[in-house]
Design a protein around this ligand. Structure first.
Ligand code: SAM
Length: 287
């Protein structure tokens, strides 16, 4: 069989297997050869690498990854796609298909087998983009990079800095664990069916050390969530009103003075290192 990305091949496979694409699994299949090449290039895959592909669909990206990598493990939730993948990947003995939900798959075991050379690559199902990426980051998956196609709006939030309208808790969480880089814009006509939104290929280079030090990262993230929970409020009001933090207005005001920050500052003006210092200055949560 020729490569799936070649003209008409994807449509032929869908027709042959009488596949009805499932919206509930976020099935928008890539049909653009240049975008495929940009993803594989950005992922910088070599023969020493193991690639975890999330949601291979009918195997379009999987074929290109298998050409570049030593081993590809493709985890697909939709069991109706497994016989299709067995066929489209028959000529790629280094590609393995696993029929499982990626949120339940044991990524740590695969990382151990990969011996430090694991890369995650995917055209992600948009309905669970953030949970998948946050799980990979928070579990400190020992991968080198995560190169994924996601909605443009979510990619911009992940990469945003202080003061931007897109900056928020997601930007800070992603940037604590990784360095994000927007690689390519991808319009809806590069998929079948066309999604309602534009997409972006984003590469997250995983950090080996966090970029800031804080006594209790979980406490810092509680402060960050509270700071952005009520966007139009000042930081003092947002934090003092967030019952779960157990801090008073006066304590937040004092911490802001210690940091040389204005009393009426809003959360969106603070950098990650300022949030880290703020969290350390606030009294620890009562037991
Ligand atoms: N990689 C293919 C491509 O680029 O054409 C398909 C990408 S499509 C946007 C997303 C794929 O992820 C679909 O095949 C879908 O069935 C699969 N998927 C959705 N939820 C999943 C989950 N929780 N775990 C694993 N795969 C999932």
């Amino acid at each position: 069989m020729s490569r799936l990305i070649d003209s008409g091949e994807t449509a032929a496979v869908l027709k042959k297997h009488a596949l009805v694409l499932k919206k509930r699994f976020g099935q928008n299949f890539l049909i653009d050869a240049r975008v495929l090449e940009r993803i594989v290039d950005a992922a910088d895959v070599a023969k020493e690498d193991t690639v975890l592909e999330i949601g291979p669909g009918i195997g379009t990206l999987t074929q290109a990854l298998a050409d570049a990598a030593g081993r590809v493990v493709a985890v697909e939730i939709d069991r109706d796609l497994i016989p299709v993948l067995n066929e489209t990947l028959a000529a790629y003995p280094n590609a393995e298909v696993v029929n499982e939900d990626i949120l339940k798959y044991d990524i740590a075991a695969l990382a151990a087998q990969a011996g430090g050379r694991l890369k995650v690559v995917a055209n992600l199902p948009y309905y669970i983009t953030t949970p998948i990426i946050m799980r990979l980051l928070e579990d400190r998956t020992p991968a080198q990079s995560i190169t994924v196609m996601i909605q443009k709006e979510v990619a911009e939030r992940m990469a945003a800095g202080p003061g931007s309208k897109d900056y928020g808790a997601l930007s800070l969480a992603v940037q604590y664990y990784a360095e994000p880089e927007l690689v390519a814009n991808v319009p809806p006509n590069c998929f079948i069916p066309r999604p309602a939104v534009s997409s972006v290929v984003i590469r997250l280079l995983l950090r080996t050390e966090p970029p800031v030090r804080t006594a209790d990262p979980a406490r810092m993230f509680s402060v960050i969530r509270a700071a952005f929970g009520q966007r139009r409020k000042t930081l003092v009001n947002s934090l003092a009103n967030a019952g779960a933090l157990h801090v008073t207005k006066e304590q937040v005001q004092q911490a802001l003075r210690d940091l040389d920050l204005e009393e009426n500052i809003r959360g969106e003006a603070l950098s990650l290192s300022q949030f880290a210092r703020l969290a350390d200055l606030l009294p620890a949560k009562r037991q």
